[in-house]
Write a protein that binds this ligand. Structure first.
Ligand code: KIV
Ligand code: ZN
Length: 514
């Protein structure tokens, strides 16, 4: 085993800051369990002081997830650090990640603090964190726009106060690979003490993965990443990209190794995409649908003769092989839950009952049920089960070239059924209007995509819709062999997310954010 490169996953913290994403505790736990299967070293589970929801999610993950070290983000205020530790303290192993802004613009306009105050805050925040745990990370936010001398002073203060990891955030994605690499090298050469240096790169110029790798080449031994490159604005470095770059080109990274189980990459990507409602672009490196599809005749010929002619990654090694046929019409409840277990899902109770019911319905319409079908179904159930949310009970639609399209929709919440009929420009529009009317929501449909989960005439359709209401933008996802039903499910899912986002914003009485 070569020297280790630590993978610090922040999908549940920075990734969740992507516009329109709002995960609840059950969804975050599902993602954290999958990150544990993927074998990341750290899961940054949230920012406990931000809201009660964030606190609960971090605490639940800390209490439940085994394997990875669980991290929580904290400002330097002593009460924030204590609150962060309260959420983390039951974890097998825990890290507090303390941050404060150090760039002139952030200090002046956001913190309204002098550099001396920032220096004092750094010391006291890190010292307090060290009273709780020996594993403390410190980040000078907006590092790449911070004058070098001041950043070095703050970083040295953090190490002297007990920080064991120094993270260099390119908060606004300003870095260019060679200058970011040089920065990492310089910090490493100047700061004395026993610490690991880490990268945290945003993707505003599309360089997050390249900058992170330049940082690794220059001596960083931790990379902060998000699955599918999620994160604030244009996102963070994509976990799957940096992990595979290091694996495929050991010659460029002095034989460094991660402990990621790369065969879990595709499934992790699909789960995160489904639960966040963020589709993965078809041509996304490593996990995109087309990452292993060869279109031109010459390429197809080459790959048939020898895969390596046009592929540098073996699709199987990242979990992108054709999905297996696992079940059919006659499969029973036991076979169903065993298949889910083999795929790594531990769903129980009402979610399992509902998923089995949906599976039986699907088996009536589709001859062969694959892993991908099951994943889609289960993700749908997890996101509907969480919280006291609406779920689709019945849908009846009429449309065509004659008459006005209309829909009758029955949805349930807290055991109560609500029924509404509505007209629309089409059957999907009519169903959407009825759902909004029941939920008392007024939102505009701003995005609609449909794709098939597997191939074939009886394939399930997967619909992703985006709804906008005032300042809120959310997406929702639904699957079914019937595209109108999938759309209604996606509508219900999006409406649930909208309601949750609104409630969550209200709960954030003080606007705390990294
Ligand atoms: O981008 C950033 O600066 C952050 C910090 C909190 C590490 O996310
Ligand atoms: Zn960030």
């Amino acid at each position: 085993m070569g020297e280790k490169l630590i993978i610090f996953d922040t999908t549940l913290r920075d990734g969740e800051q992507s516009p329109g994403i709002s995960l609840d505790v059950a969804e975050k736990l599902e993602i954290a369990e999958q990150l544990a299967r993927l074998n990341v070293d750290y899961i940054e589970a949230g920012f406990p002081v931000a809201s009660q929801g964030d606190f609960d999610a971090v605490q639940t993950i800390a209490r439940t997830v085994h394997g990875p070290i669980i991290a929580g983000l904290s400002r330097t205020h002593l009460s924030d650090v204590d609150r962060c530790w309260d959420a983390l303290k039951d974890a097998e192993q825990a890290r507090i990640h303390v941050f404060i802004s150090t760039s002139p613009s952030h200090m002046q306009h956001m913190l309204k603090m002098t550099p001396e105050q920032v220096l004092r805050e750094t010391k006291q925040g890190v010292e307090r964190a060290r009273q709780h745990t020996e594993d403390v990370e410190f980040s000078p936010q907006d590092a790449t726009r911070t004058p070098l001398e001041f950043m070095l002073e703050v970083l040295q203060a953090a190490v002297d106060a007990g920080a064991t990891t120094l993270n260099i955030p390119d908060t606004v994605g300003y870095g260019i690979p060679w200058d970011f690499g040089a920065l990492i090298q310089y910090v490493k050469s100047q700061i004395k003490g026993d610490y690991i240096i880490s990268t945290h790169c945003h993707n505003d110029l599309g360089l997050a993965s390249a900058n992170s790798l330049a940082g690794v080449q220059a001596g960083a031994r931790q990379i902060e990443v998000c699955v599918n490159g999620l994160g604030e604005r244009a996102g963070n470095a994509a976990l799957e990209e940096v992990v595979m770059a290091v694996k495929i080109r050991p010659d460029q990274f002095s034989g460094l190794e991660t402990q990621i189980r790369t065969e879990e990459l595709a499934r992790t990507s699909r789960l995160v995409s489904r639960l966040t409602g963020y589709p993965v672009q078809y041509n996304k490196a490593v996990v995109g649908k087309n990452a292993f599809t060869h279109e031109s005749g010459i390429h197809q010929h080459g790959v048939l003769a020898d895969r390596e002619t046009y592929e540098i990654i073996d699709a199987e090694s990242v979990g992108q092989k054709g999905s297996q046929i696992v079940l059919g019409k006659h499969s029973g409840r036991h076979a169903f839950s065993e298949s889910l277990k083999n795929m790594g899902y531990e769903i129980q109770g009402e979610a399992l009952n509902q998923a089995f019911f949906r599976f039986k319905e699907l088996a009536d319409r589709k001859r062969e049920i694959t892993e991908a079908d099951l994943e889609a179904l289960v993700a749908d159930e997890i996101s509907t089960e969480a919280g006291n949310l609406y779920s689709l009970v019945e849908l009846e639609v009429a449309g065509g070239t004659v008459g006005t399209p209309n829909a009758r929709v029955v949805i349930a919440k807290d055991g109560q059924r609500f029924e509404v009929k509505s007209d629309g420009n089409g059957m999907i529009d009519a169903a959407g209007k009825a759902i909004q009317q029941i939920a008392g929501i007024e939102a505009k449909l701003v995005g609609f995509t449909v794709s098939s989960v597997t191939g074939g005439e009886d394939a399930q359709g997967e619909v992703v819709i985006s709804l906008e209401s005032g300042d809120y933008k959310v997406s929702g996802r639904g699957v079914s062999t019937d595209v109108v039903e999938a759309s209604a499910r996606a509508y219900v899912n999006a409406v649930n997310r909208l309601i949750r986002s609104m409630a969550r914003k209200e709960a954030r009485n003080s606007e705390v954010g990294p």
